[in-house]
Design a protein around this ligand. Structure first.
Ligand code: GDP
Length: 520
């Protein structure tokens, strides 16, 4: 069984420093040689390898979807979770393909809304989380305040693994408890330049030689409190998603990066068993299996190509292998997989559990599909997420209803949008978690289905899947028919006018579950 893969994602609110941290991880992992490459997505750095050529020919930017680097025998697969304006269901679903996550928090801002949302998705699958409190080179909140906020808002045990000596203008370095390692800034810009010293504990005499008297006194006091006041590190609690180890650092000035890579290597789980309708599938199982968690359409509308991203769950994948998609059962030979694990991103010939394979196809592979050698199982637990933006679709040409229905069914199957067909009235509703999905919807309706439509506001704020006995659901639908719809699979959905509405109905109907996720 392979244990040297670490497949993870970084979750954060925009501006917390995810891009900077990614860049520095790749830099220290040796995957890129120039900082700044991550942000320069898709610009002026092309055609270096076959892999890049594929990207160019197909006009698909997959460069930043999976970033792989190898350090000390460990292969790190870092999956991008687009934030900002790209925020979409893909962001959520990517988290179903990782074994662990790093949560980046801005030391001045604490837990922000998007961090919380992404965290909740991680919790659904008990994805273990390492916390990185970023920007300690600037004035931030008290470390204790941040730790308490993480503990309270996320209901997690927290375990500080390192501690900053001062913050902002008084920043003198970071001390890692377990190793007794102190890393310090040097030079005018106060960047980390590889300078560190080892000390044997907080009481060590040797610390006086490195830190100011005042800084050291305060640091000792706080660090002691920190070690006494919080949970001890417990590997099992972390891996179950009940405890988060917390590291402090500065992505910009490169503090705490080595510790982060070290932590992922040492404590983050290797490929985890995956839930399926045949029970848990162990990564060591012989047959090749995987699931599609993301489909990226070609940016060139004249091409019908798509890249489906498969997470390999078991077996050793070899180039040219035939796998059967659960969607239609016809084997697909995978001749030109995009494998991300080679350091220079050349096309490679095999992949192991935990790796991600990009499969070019013409729309035959769908989000949620299982691929396997013998069509023997289905992976479960790849959910739909309650939409946060709901819009009415209005056709410009009313004779195109049929085409619109087909398009909405197709695009929802692909995971671009979710569609809801109200019980009463003929106005179809689309739901998304990010604005970008709506733009994609309109442009693809026009380009691929020749349907012109506009999106109008709807009275709904969110949607919940109803779970419970058939009778109970029917009774609920009878009273609330004006707020009921069916999703693409015919499952009843409650369209809520506000989050308050959801809470109210839940209280009134305790025997029904108003679920914010739906397993495919
Ligand atoms: P993202 O939106 O989460 O990807 O955040 P970015 O990595 O783009 O960072 C947002 C801003 O914060 C940028 O201006 C960064 O230079 C800055 N930043 C990131 N990390 C640090 C840090 O450790 N210290 C300071 N002072 N600024 C940082």
């Amino acid at each position: 069984m392979t244990t040297n893969r670490r497949t993870f994602a970084i979750i954060s609110h925009p501006d917390a420093g995810k891009t900077t941290l990614t860049e520095k991880l790749l830099l220290q992992g040796g995957a890129i040689h120039l900082a700044g490459e991550v942000k320069a997505r898709g610009q002026a750095r092309r055609a270096r390898s076959d892999w890049m050529k594929i990207e160019q020919q197909r006009g698909i930017s997959v460069t930043s979807s999976v970033m792989t680097f190898e350090k000390d025998g460990i292969i790190f697969n870092l999956l991008d979770t687009p934030g900002h304006e790209d925020f979409s269901e893909d962001t959520y679903r990517t988290l179903t393909a990782v074994d662990s996550a790093i949560m980046v928090i801005d030391a001045a801002k604490g837990i922000e809304p998007q961090t919380l949302k992404l965290f909740e998705v991680c919790r659904l699958r008990s994805v273990p989380i390492i916390t990185f409190v970023n920007k300690v080179d600037r004035e931030g909140r008290e470390c204790f305040e941040i730790l308490d906020e993480v503990a309270d808002k996320l209901a997690l045990d927290v375990c500080p693994m390192s501690w900053p000596v001062g913050m902002g203008g008084e920043f003198e370095g970071i001390y890692e408890f377990a190793s007794g390692r102190l890393t310090q800034p040097s030079g005018g810009s106060k960047e980390y330049e590889g300078k560190h010293s080892l000390h044997d504990g907080l009481d060590a005499e040797s610390l006086t030689a490195h830190l100011s008297e005042r800084g050291l006194a305060k640091f000792r006091e706080n660090a002691e409190l920190a070690q006494m006041g919080y949970a001890e590190f417990d590997l099992e609690a972390y891996r179950n998603g009940d405890l988060t180890p917390v590291y402090f650092g500065s992505a910009l000035k490169e503090f705490g990066i080595e510790e982060m890579i070290g932590a992922i290597a040492a404590i983050a789980p290797p490929p985890r068993p995956q839930p399926s309708d045949q029970g848990e599938i162990l990564p060591g199982a012989k047959d090749v299996t995987g699931f599609i968690f993301k489909v990226q359409a070609n940016m060139d509308p004249m091409h019908r190509d798509r890249i489906a991203f498969m997470r390999l769950c078991s077996g050793t994948f070899k180039r040219g292998m035939k796998l059967i998609p659960s969607g239609h059962g016809k084997p697909v030979a995978i001749h030109s997989p995009i494998l991300f694990f080679a350091q220079d991103r050349e096309i490679a010939d095999s992949a192991e559990p935990g790796d991600i394979i990009g499969i070019p196809n013409h729309g035959t592979l769908r989000v949620g599909d299982t691929l396997s050698e013998k069509n023997q199982l289905r992976f479960t637990g790849l959910p739909n997420f309650a939409p946060e933006i709901l819009r009415r679709v209005v056709l410009k040409d009313p004779t195109k209803t049929k085409q619109l229905r087909k398009a909405l069914d197709d695009l929802s199957e692909e995971g671009v949008i979710q569609v809801f067909y109200p019980e009463i009235g003929a106005q179809w509703i689309v739901g998304v978690v990010g604005q970008l999905q709506l733009d994609v919807l309109i442009s693809r309706l026009e380009a691929e289905y020749k349907v012109e439509a506009v999106l109008e506001p709807s009275p709904y704020d969110t949607a919940r899947w109803l779970i419970g006995g058939d009778d109970k659901i029917r009774a609920f639908m009878d009273i609330n028919s004006a707020l009921m719809a069916k999703d693409r699979d015919g499952v009843p959905v409650f369209l809520a006018k506000s989050a308050w509405d959801v809470g109210y109905q839940q209280e009134k109907h305790p025997d029904l579950k108003f679920s914010a996720t739906k397993e495919r």
